[in-house]
Design a protein around this ligand. Structure first.
Ligand SMILES: C[S@@+](CC[C@H](N)C(=O)[O-])C[C@H]1O[C@@H](n2cnc3c(N)ncnc32)[C@H](O)[C@@H]1O
Ligand code: SF4
Length: 464
């Protein structure tokens, strides 16, 4: 079980999205932190007043409920004791796509009508954020990731409204990284210039491949020419951008994989996310599996990618993430460093820390249900406190994805537990040559990176 989860975790920058496991052991999660300084546990006094909804004159019972929630979150005894709160990021989920890709298990829905209900969804997002404010009250937001689905389907006015709403409700760093996921089939240069003007300062483009036949096999709505055009628009409009590519595609040869990566490198993208295609349950590919490269072939591709990207000046800093110096994704780093994130929108996941507890939430998944529930002020479908038992595994599931590993103090700060909690598993990992450590730092070795699932599995309590 842990292995399957760890494997799934190993795949995408999206974390954006979605927690890998909703709960540890039987649940889990995903993602990491920005460079910001640790925030104090106490909310600052000048932002003490609850929500904009209350300020706008929400009903008395609503204000009362929100007030109780704030007090409970910050004062109720829980299973941990945190001395500081981690940096906070915001994830916004956009749940529609032009067409559902056969390999994709993200919460994305083909919109069959003329146009998705943009205004209704933006209203719902605002209502969702308003009801969530008490839980992040007084905390600065360091990064925003607008993911999907295909959020580049939003109109320029819609995206502008969304960012204005967020700025009006949350204190955002002046230089916050604001990423938008974009699909090459939706690229209009003028619209992307407007996205940039609204404050988006990083684009993540879902290229997948530059090869016509592979794009077809993947059921993409764009062709090779559109893929190149998308990168040109991204590069001319945005100083900072990422290209998503997948490898080990149906019937892909090493030479074809190399050609894709060379094409991507020729555009000198600041960041590359290179994912091994995985067959996910409940997808068309799972039902009708295509012929995929075998393990040896895909290992050759992986090895070549590591060497070639390094030669081109890209540091591999996470399982699938490669960056030019200083261009790592700050949003995803926050997930992997076990930072906090508020996720709003259909099916979005949140991980939020309080002095005595760490809470995970998931919003209603289906867009229509989410819109209805958000309107009613109840967008949360599921919420639970992460137990002290599950925390070490959840932390390690993320932290070990990073090539740099983690400083020991981060484990203590982010879980509220002593490092001795994981000492037996650390000893076993060290004995097997999967980690290297000193009194300050713990990092996966090359062997540990290669057998990451086994390494992560050691931190499942009953397997250590
Ligand atoms: C949810 S998609 C969003 C981006 C945008 N909708 C697009 O597809 O262009 C994020 C990325 O996850 C990766 N991804 C999705 N399904 C995958 C799978 N089964 N295996 C590996 N990577 C996958 C793709 O590279 C994709 O660009
Ligand atoms: S466009 Fe992206 S999110 Fe939509 S179905 Fe395809 S891979 Fe999934």
């Amino acid at each position: 079980m842990a292995r399957r989860r760890a494997r799934r975790a190993a795949r995408r920058e999206r974390l954006r999205l979605r927690p890998l496991l909703l709960r540890a052991r039987t649940r889990g999660h995903r993602r990491g932190s920005g460079p910001g300084a640790e925030e104090r546990v106490e909310p600052s006094r000048d932002r003490a007043a609850p929500t904009a909804r209350a300020a706008r004159g929400g009903s008395v019972s609503q204000q009362h409920r929100i007030g109780i929630e704030v007090v409970k979150s910050f004062t109720m005894p829980g299973s941990v004791r945190l001395t500081s709160l981690p940096p906070l990021s915001l994830y916004v989920h956009f749940p529609w796509c032009v067409r559902k890709c056969p390999y994709c298990d993200f919460n994305s829905h083909e919109w069959k009508g003329e146009r998705f209900p943009e205004n209704d969804y933006l209203d719902a997002l605002r209502a969702d954020l308003e009801q969530a404010l008490p839980l992040v009250w007084g905390r600065q937001v360091h990064t925003i990731f607008i993911g999907g689905g295909t959020p580049s389907l939003l109109s320029a006015q819609g995206l502008d409204r969304m960012l204005s709403d967020i700025r009006a409700l949350l204190p955002l760093d002046a230089d916050a990284e604001i990423t938008l996921e974009a699909n090459p089939g939706t690229f209009e240069a003028a619209k992307f210039a407007q996205f940039r003007a609204s404050g988006v300062n990083r684009l993540s483009v879902g290229i997948q491949s530059f090869d016509e036949a592979h794009l077809k096999a993947l059921g993409r709505i764009h062709d090779a020419a559109q893929a190149r055009h998308a990168v040109e628009v991204a590069a001319s409009t945005f100083d900072n951008f990422n290209l998503d590519l997948m490898f080990a595609l149906p019937q892909q040869t090493l030479a074809q994989c190399q050609a894709d990566i060379e094409t991507a490198l020729a555009f000198k993208p600041p960041h590359l996310s290179l994912y091994h295609l995985t067959l996910e349950p409940n997808t068309l590919f799972a039902k009708f599996p295509p012929v995929l490269p075998d393990d040896d072939q895909s290992a050759d591709m992986q090895e070549w990618i590591h060497a070639r990207t390094a030669e081109a000046g890209y540091g591999r800093y996470e399982v699938s993430a490669y960056a030019q110096p200083g261009r790592q994704s700050q949003h995803n780093l926050n997930y992997w460093r076990f930072g906090d994130y508020l996720g709003i929108g259909a099916g979005a996941h949140s991980k939020l820390s309080f002095p005595n507890r760490i809470v995970r939430q998931m919003r209603y998944k289906h867009p229509t249900t989410f819109i209805e529930q958000a309107r009613a002020g109840t967008p949360i479908h599921e919420q639970h406190e992460v137990s002290a038992h599950d925390l070490p595994f959840e932390f390690m599931l993320n932290a070990l994805r990073l090539v740099e590993g983690f400083p020991v103090h981060r484990f203590i700060e982010r879980t509220g537990l002593p490092i001795t909690t994981i000492e037996p598993a650390l000893q076993e990992a060290e004995r097997r040559g999967l980690i290297a450590r000193d009194h300050e730092k713990i990092a996966p070795t090359e062997l540990g990176q290669r057998f990451l699932n086994d390494l992560q599995g050691l931190f499942l309590k009953d397997e250590a």
